[in-house]
Design a protein around this ligand. Structure first.
Ligand code: FAD
Length: 469
């Protein structure tokens, strides 16, 4: 496939088989990362895959909006060249991140001007379907549906394959667990006699209500995506401290997706009129105006399993060799921050890079998992801390480590709020800031001494911007 490294398709010393558990976003991307280096890559999923993009039982979150961060799109295009082009052919929208997107946060409405930072907007079923379609055409990659993995083969020191619920055993040189938020990896480790990784949970009791909308012919509300995330102290109304919503164009005729969110147990309702009232309580008339102009032809889907869950595979000394957990199976973030698919894509890219380096060193596959976690730990820690920071400040948040309740230590939002305010003062700087939040750019530039000094000097002025709106 164009853009892939022909040097990777090397001959006889290639390990024979990799198995990937789960054929969704993380699984398809992991298969792409492994394809050139293994004789075959077998992707197993317990679900049945649809012929065309559609909701499926194994990925119930597909009914809710899925924001794809710019870094995730870039990594998907690198792993599966032609991803964006196929998405656009199948009806996805390519939006200017500021000109086409209207965004309300604690600083008020974001500036609107043309930029080169672009967002790919589509439904979650389309994103997943295109990834699997492209991965399934790679040489040596096979997707097997209705294949429920029930355990790992091997012992406490090394994984040697997987066991299906049917009793079938599949031997493998390397196994990737991409079985998602409800992955049973700790139980599978226990069966091998290996200790479970330490596990941290942060639950701020967020809930989702989502549906696909029909918009009028030629509808032009002045945006093609609307994101309203004003929560936290100093919000527009008491309700909007806990509430958020977004809607945007997706594939299909006159079709948009709507997701409404509430935190701290303030869950959005399933009834259309109640949902509109919930959105109206956020206090921005633009939101209600948009919802009054559209039809709700489909049922409203609810979701409440939004706990951040981190299994510390990276710091786990007792891990068996030749096995990694990737995507939500490693770290499942509160989806409100839209990091899951992007984190999975960046992890898969790192797996491919580390595999190439590791094999070039002439060794076997022992030690690859160490390299993978060393290369990706910082990314996952960054996503984890940004995803849990606000949640730690919400009332009623529950934090546990290995099942034991933990004292909640809420960091202050004061500095982060002022950084956002400072960034919004200059268009060029604002785009760099958005690139940082889209994981395209490290946040090191925001910690430069001159930036920190300027924020300190203008502390009160910037702070006033957060509450003045
Ligand atoms: C409500 C909600 C909204 C979200 N919004 C966003 C967003 O805006 N942006 C974003 O980037 N991310 C979002 N996410 C997160 C995103 O869905 C995941 O991070 C991303 O899809 C990566 O998931 P995954 O491939 O690891 O797991 P999943 O997509 O959950 O897939 C797991 C796969 O494993 C299969 N499987 C499970 N167990 C087994 C087994 N034992 N044997 C075989 N197969 C098995 C399942 O059938 C499924 O196909 C959201 C999540 C939720 C819940």
């Amino acid at each position: 496939m164009a853009g892939r490294d022909p040097e990777r398709a090397r001959g006889p010393e290639r390990p024979a088989r990799a198995v990937v558990i789960g054929g969704s976003v993380a699984g398809s991307l992991a298969a792409a990362a492994l394809a050139d280096r293994f004789g075959e890559v077998v992707v197993l999923d317990r679900d049945a895959f649809p012929e065309a993009p559609a909701q499926r039982a194994g990925v119930p979150q597909g009914a809710h909006f899925h924001a794809l961060l710019a870094a995730g799109r870039q990594a998907m295009d690198a792993l599966l060249p032609g991803f964006s082009a196929q998405m656009l052919e199948m009806g996805a929208a390519d939006l200017d991140s500021t000109a086409d997107v209207m965004r309300l946060d604690r600083l008020g409405w974001s500036p609107r001007f043309a930029t080169s930072l672009r967002f790919l907007m589509a439904s979650r079923p389309l994103i997943e379907w295109v990834l699997r379609d492209r991965a399934s055409h790679l040489p040596g990659v096979t997707f097997r549906s209705r294949s429920d993995v029930a355990g790992l083969l091997g012992d406490a020191t090394r994984v040697t394959g997987v066991r299906l619920a049917s009793g079938e055993e599949i031997v493998a040189d390397f196994v990737v667990d991409a079985s998602g938020r409800r992955a049973r990896t700790p139980d599978w480790f226990a069966e091998l006699g290996a200790p479970a990784p330490s596990e941290e949970l942060v639950n701020a009791h967020w809930g989702y209500a989502s549906t696909f909308l029909r918009v009028p012919d030629g509808w032009d509300p002045g945006f093609r995506a609307l994101a309203c995330v004003p929560f936290g102290e100093g919000a527009l109304t008491p309700e909007s401290e806990r509430r958020a919503m977004a809607m945007w164009v997706v594939e299909g005729e006159n079709r948009w997706v709507l997701t409404v969110q509430g935190s701290a147990g303030d869950y959005p309702p399933r009834d259309v009129d109640d949902l509109k009232a919930f959105v109206a309580s956020i206090g921005a008339p633009e939101l209600s105006g948009a919802l009054d102009a559209v039809e709700f032809p489909e049922k409203i889907a609810l979701w409440r399993d939004t706990t951040n869950r981190l299994r510390d595979f990276a710091g786990h000394d007792g891990r068996p060799e030749r096995f990694v957990a990737l995507g939500d199976a490693w770290a499942a973030f509160n989806p409100v921050y839209g990091q899951g698919m992007t984190s999975a894509a960046l992890q898969a890219q790192a797996l491919g890079d580390q595999l190439a380096t590791h094999l070039a060193g002439g060794g076997d596959l022992d030690g690859l998992a160490d390299r993978f976690y060393a290369a990706t730990r910082e990314l996952v820690d960054f996503c984890w801390s940004s995803s849990t920071a606000l949640d730690h400040r919400l009332p009623g948040v529950e934090v546990t480590r290995d099942g034991e309740p933990q004292e909640v230590v809420a960091g202050s939002a004061d500095h982060g709020d002022r950084v956002a305010a400072w960034a919004s003062l200059d268009p060029e700087r604002y785009v760099r800031y958005r690139e940082t939040t889209q994981l395209l750019r490290s946040n090191a530039w925001l910690q430069a001494p001159e930036v920190v000094a300027e924020i300190q000097e203008r502390w009160d002025e910037l702070g006033a911007m957060v509450t003045a709106r």
